[in-house]
Design a protein around this ligand. Sequence first.
Ligand code: MRU
Length: 350
Amino acid sequence: MADAIVTTAPFVLQLLDQRILPLKVEYIACRTHNDVADAIRTMVVRGAPAIGVSAAYGYALGAHEVTSHPLETLANHMQSVRTTLAATRPTAVNLFWALEAMEKACNALIPTATNTATVANALWQHACQLHQEDIAINRRIGAHGAALLPDHGGVLTHCNAGALATAGYGTALGVIRAAVEQGKRIHVFTDETRPFLQGARLSAFELMEDNIPVTLICDNMAGVVMRQRKVQAIVVGADRIAMNGDTANKIGTYTVAVLARENNIPFYVAAPVSTIDPQAADESDIVIEERDPREVTHCGGVQIAPHNVAVFNPSFDVTPARYISGIITQHGIAKAPFDESLREHLNQSL
Ligand code: MRU
């Protein structure tokens, strides 16, 4: 499986262009923080943890752009780098978490550094560390979550919360991968995930590359799949989890969760602690990104709706905590009441 995020040299970030998968495997080289900001904004890289790791590298590239400038000017420059990267996508909190971590590292480095280049080098190393940590975290999420899946049965997922959406291995797909590695016989049903088709283009591709049995369905088929007992569990990723457990994830996740409750099927969220937003008490504190109407009116570049039709295109929805059977993080499985258990998970990451 091609990695979503690769560094080919210090200060060159290669991002797998996820807009053209699965038909073409091509990387886009990012050498400046603006390159990375463009890649996040235009969905070359997507998925909350992958956005966070990419932004961390973008921040380091921002420092590298000014290595010939006096160290005293660096803090100001880095503020504008942070602002540019933070303005790319509003919902995935991992973006802001990663920028916060990078800024903290930068502020700690400046007082003792001899020049700007030393800080830029150290920031690059810090981004590499976040990159590697994300893979390790996903493996731990997988190990905790695998126990929740049936020994032999179906699991439904929505959007792509796999290796492509992270630094590697995946969150929701990581749980499925871990279950399969343990010998469980899992058949995955992946929703196509209109309008951007992350399920059809990315999850189906990833699972097939790993020889994990997968069936692709249109989003409006999830109800039938559940009613016919083709799946015994649902597992999805998350873009932002509020302290009461309300969870923002790809548009359509809420519908899946309600259907799961109606059909008595457990609905799990898998995400690293960096996806928990301690500033968000509940759904009302989560900003939902709205994207280009063309994503809805066009499919594969072909217009499928009347010219100038009104479009509503929220990229995410929020699943209220009451529909969630458990939130799987690297520290275990948080259960309702989520305020308490998510706080414990956050504390374990301090
Ligand atoms: O718009 P996207 O493709 O960035 O949305 C991605 C999702 O909603 C994922 O499910 C979420 O980020 C979790 S990725 C491990």
